[in-house]
Design a protein around this ligand. Structure first.
Ligand code: ZN
Ligand code: ZN
Length: 360
C-alpha cells in the first residue's frame, strides 16, 4: 500500500488515501516518486474543465526512481532515475507519422485503464493523465518513462515533464522566437516562468511579463523579464507603449481566458505571433472582426505540451540546466506534502505563486 491523492469524482476535493498498485506487467514500470509538480491541468481535471475517467489518481509532472520493470522493458532498469511523460506517442497514427508526436491520437488511451485500487474499499482507480504522479509510487507504461538527465537533481527534474517542456516548447517550437525579438508572456505561473526563461535563452531582447498579481514581478524578473505589466483592461496599450507603439513580435498566453487571449493578440505587432498555452473552458469565447484579421496579418495558434517531442527535447533542456541558463529551482515557489495539494489548488485559483512541488 502506498499513499496517493485521489480525485473521487469531478468537482469533489482530493482525498489522500492508501492505494494498492499491481506488480508491473509486460511493458510496464514501477516507480518511486521523488517529486511531483502541481499543474493547472490537475485543477482543470478536478473541476471538470478537462475530463478523464474518474475516480483517478491525478498528477502528471513527476520524476523518481525505477523500483521494478515488467517483461520486455529494456530502456530503464531498477535504480535508474526517470522523468515521467504524460503524453506518450504511439508512433503509428497520422500525427505521429507526420512527426507531430504531441498531437498523438492515442496518447491518452491509457486513461480509462484500471491503474490501482483504493486500499479502504477496493474501488478501481484510473491513472488520470497516464502517470498518476500524486502518489508515493506509480506503475506506468514504458513509453511514459524517460531516463532522467545526468546533472539535474531528480526532484527538480519533475518540472521538466510538464511545465518546462510546455513553456520552453511554446517559445522555441510554437512561436519560434528569434534572437532580438520582443516577447510578452501572459500569466506568471509555472509554465509562464518557464516561458520567460526560455525567451531569455532564445535571445529575446525585451521580455514583458504580465500578471494580475504585483507579487509576481520579482519572480518574473528573476526568470528574465525586462518589464512587468500589471494586467488590466489596457494591458495591450501598455505593451505597445513599451515597444515603440508597434507591439511585441510574440505573445505567449499561459492563462486560458478569452480576455487574456484577446489582450495577447492585441499586444502583438502587425504580423506578430500569439501562442495560446493556457487551457480554458468552452465558455471562453474569443471574437475577432474580419477586417482586423486582414489588417494586422497576425497569427494565433494553439500549443499542446509545447509542441515538444519529450524524448528529443529533454536532453536539450538538461543541457540548458547544466549550463546554468535554465534555473528549475526558481520555478518552485513552495515544496509541499500530498495533503497540501488542495491548498496549492486554492493558491492557483487566487493567482498566487509559481509551481508547488510535492516532495516525497
Ligand atoms: Zn501539466
Ligand atoms: Zn500517435
Amino acid at each position: 500500500m502506498v499513499r496517493a491523492a485521489v480525485l473521487p469524482a469531478v468537482g469533489a476535493p482530493l482525498e489522500v488515501t492508501g492505494i494498492e498498485l499491481p506488480e508491473p506487467g509486460p511493458g510496464r514500470v514501477r516507480i518511486r516518486l521523488a517529486a511531483a509538480g502541481v499543474c493547472h491541468s490537475d485543477l482543470s481535471l478536478s473541476d471538470g474543465t478537462m475530463r478523464v475517467p474518474v475516480p483517478a489518481v491525478l498528477g502528471h509532472e513527476g520524476a523518481g526512481t525505477v523500483v521494478s520493470v515488467g517483461e520486455g522493458v529494456t530502456h530503464v532498469a531498477p535504480g535508474d532515475g526517470v522523468v515521467l511523460n504524460w503524453a506518450p506517442s504511439c508512433g503509428t497514427c497520422h500525427a505521429c507519422a507526420l512527426g507531430e508526436v504531441w498531437l498523438c491520437a492515442n496518447a491518452l488511451n491509457g486513461s480509462g485503464d484500471v491503474h490501482a485500487r483504493r486500499g479502504d474499499d477496493g474501488t478501481d482507480l484510473h491513472p488520470g493523465l497516464n502517470v498518476a504522479a500524486f502518489a508515493e509510487e506509480t506503475v506506468v507504461a514504458a513509453p511514459c518513462v524517460l531516463p532522467a538527465p545526468d546533472g539535474v537533481p531528480l526532484a527538480d527534474a519533475a518540472l521538466l515533464g510538464c511545465a518546462v517542456l510546455t513553456g520552453y516548447g511554446a517559445v522555441h517550437h510554437a512561436a519560434k522566437v528569434r534572437p532580438g525579438e520582443t516577447v510578452a508572456v501572459f500569466g506568471v505561473g509555472g509554465v509562464g516562468l518557464a516561458a520567460l526563461q526560455s525567451a531569455r535563452i532564445a535571445g529575446a531582447e525585451r521580455i514583458v511579463a504580465v500578471d494580475v498579481s504585483p507579487a509576481k514581478e520579482e519572480l518574473a524578473r528573476h526568470a528574465g523579464a525586462t518589464d512587468f505589466v500589471l494586467a488590466s483592461g489596457t494591458t495591450h496599450r501598455e505593451i505597445r507603449g513599451l515597444t515603440d507603439k508597434q507591439g511585441v513580435d510574440v505573445a505567449v498566453e499561459c492563462v486560458g481566458r478569452a480576455a487574456t487571449i484577446r489582450a495577447a493578440w492585441d499586444s502583438t505587432r502587425r504580423g506578430g505571433r500569439t501562442t495560446v498555452v493556457g487551457i480554458g473552458g468552452k465558455d471562453q469565447q474569443v471574437t475577432f472582426n474580419a477586417l482586423e484579421i486582414f489588417h494586422w496579418g497576425r497569427t494565433l495558434s494553439g500549443c499542446v505540451y509545447g509542441n515538444c517531442d519529450p524524448a528529443a527535447d529533454l536532453p536539450v533542456l538538461a543541457e540548458h540546466v547544466r549550463a546554468g541558463r535554465l534555473d528549475l529551482g526558481a520555478l518552485v515557489t513552495e515544496r509541499i506534502a500530498l495533503e497540501e495539494i488542495p491548498a496549492a489548488f486554492g493558491n492557483m485559483l487566487a493567482g498566487k505563486g509559481g509551481r508547488a512541488l510535492v516532495v516525497f
